[in-house]
Design a protein around this ligand. Structure first.
Ligand code: ADE
Ligand code: ZN
Length: 327
């Protein structure tokens, strides 16, 4: 029996299976050697190397058609894990190099694939335009302009990924303000590699309503209480954190402690093939580690649906499906 799932933290390129990327590289005669291990999986030792491998793999995605195919592959995989609603980070940096007309074409291709997947499997996709932090604040401004121009019923949010240790959140405040004024909802990665201060600065300077990861808030209980009080939602990705060496085991992951202290936590995969995970595997491992039952997972799925950036009509549909369905 599979539970219906709502996933809020997922990077579209990070959902590309290694064989998919190898196929694109062969087709385009590109040499991306060195990013796979002997079994054909993505190979990296730490977070910074992961970012390099991620960008090398993403370099093979060069046309809207590539993103169309990627979106179909990603949504098929997610639907097979019981996901009924997915929010994915899309980046104008990778989709057309921050050129607005190219970005529109990529977005159109992604959206068309999403509509086809929704007709086929019932899965709903919405996009979050995303700044890559280590590309710097100037490029972020260009990304924000692309995002603001394309905000609508598909592109719902604005976020920031990349190397959390580079720059300060306030360097990106202009971009987040621009996105907010365009009606986009806000999230940012923080508290993955940076400590509690990084989460504090992000909430204060970018005024986000969700935080990507945010788990290192656990190192400061006053901050945990503040998150709970303000109702800020954490997009937790335990399998990603464990694969990248942030925590040594599932039992050591703070998601349960954050939840028990009143923080709104949700469950996502981040970059599933990079971390050898899926939503179904996240559920299985969390159930084993914390003895969580079906009721607990359904309650977290409702939290995620409430925090989703989609319009209210879509949210109501998702909440109804959560009530009714055991996939
Ligand atoms: N880009 C893709 N996955 C990421 C992660 N876990 N943290 C920061 N940037 C990312
Ligand atoms: Zn992420």
């Amino acid at each position: 029996m599979m539970l219906p799932k709502v996933e809020l933290h997922h990077h579209l390129e990070g959902g590309a299976p290694p064989a998919f990327i190898r196929g694109l590289a062969a087709q385009k005669k590109m040499d991306i050697g060195g990013i796979f291990d002997e079994r054909g999986n993505y190979a990296f030792r730490d977070f910074l190397q992961f970012l390099k491998v991620y960008e090398a793999a993403t370099g093979t995605l060069r046309t809207p058609e590539d993103y169309h195919r990627l979106t179909l592959a990603v949504l098929e995989e997610a639907a097979a894990s019981g996901v009924i609603y997915l929010e994915s980070f899309l980046s104008p940096d990778f989709c057309g190099g921050r050129d607005l007309s190219a970005w529109r074409e990529y977005l159109h291709a992604i959206r068309e694939a999403a509509e086809a997947a929704e007709r086929k499997d019932g899965i709903v996709l919405r996009g979050i335009a995303t700044v890559i932090r280590h590309f710097g604040p100037d490029k972020a401004r260009e990304t924000a302009l692309c995002a603001a121009e394309t905000a609508g019923d598909f592109l719902r949010g604005f976020g920031m990924a990349g190397d959390e240790m580079r720059g300060k959140p306030k360097d990106f405040a202009w971009s987040f303000d621009m996105a907010r004024e365009a009606g986009l909802r806000l999230t940012s990665h923080a508290g993955e590699w940076g400590g509690p201060e990084s989460v504090r600065d992000t909430i204060r300077d970018l005024r986000v309503e969700r935080v990507g990861h945010g788990v290192r808030a656990i190192e400061d209980l006053a901050l945990v209480d503040e998150l709970a009080e303000k109702g800020i939602v954490l997009e937790c990705c335990p399998g990603s954190n464990i694969a990248l060496g942030l925590y040594p085991s599932w039992r050591a992951h703070p998601i349960a402690r954050l939840h028990d202290r009143g923080v709104k936590v949700t469950i996502s995969t981040d970059d599933p093939p990079f971390f050898g995970t899926s939503m179904e595997r996240e559920y299985t491992r969390l159930a084993e580690a914390f003895d969580w039952d079906e009721g607990m997972f359904m309650s977290l799925a409702r939290t995620a649906a409430d925090a989703a950036f989609c319009d209210d009509e879509t949210r109501d549909k998702i909440l109804k499906r959560l009530e009714k369905e055991v996939v």
